[in-house]
Design a binder for this molecule. Structure first.
Ligand SMILES: [Zn+2]
Length: 147
């Protein structure tokens, strides 16, 4: 686990790999370590400046989206809105795996190839129904809605 100072240094490093790794940590901290996002907030304009016009790669979908999402979350971290919605949309995520980012798994039902789970944000208590489909070896969230 990177400490907060290290994450700031990584975000300002100009090194695509370090920025991507730090961005993932920032995104995953939405519920469990919001303090990190708030500590990065005073540096937001520097972070935007230093992460701009770099090449982040990504074979299926551009990795830029992780950096953009991290920046959006830092930006919104000082408001009152819970950031749990931002924790979705990762390839390979499923209802169970969301527990490690601060969700509580309330229910899980398997119907054929579709796994339906109900998870709840441990911070704002918003519940989400997520559907996962097995693609290859992974169960991946294909649909989610607030309930
Ligand atoms: Zn929430």
């Amino acid at each position: 686990m990177l400490n907060n100072q290290q994450i700031l240094l990584d975000m300002l490093s100009g090194d695509e790999k370090r920025i991507l790794h730090a961005s993932h940590t920032v995104i995953h901290s939405g519920i469990t370590n919001r303090k990190l996002l708030m500590e990065l907030h005073p540096h937001l304009s520097d972070i935007k400046e230093k992460t701009r016009s770099l090449k982040y790669g990504g074979s299926l979908m551009p990795n830029d989206r992780f950096v953009e999402k991290a920046i959006r979350m830092i930006d919104e971290s000082v408001g009152n809105k819970c950031l749990c919605e931002y924790l979705f949309d990762f390839i390979g995520q499923n209802g169970k795996s969301m527990v490690r980012y601060g969700f509580v798994l309330l229910e899980e039902n398997m119907e054929g190839y579709i796994d339906r789970s109900i998870i709840e944000c441990s911070s704002c208590h918003q519940r989400y129904e997520v559907e996962e489909e097995y693609t290859g070896w992974h169960a991946t969230i294909t649909r989610r809605k607030k309930i």
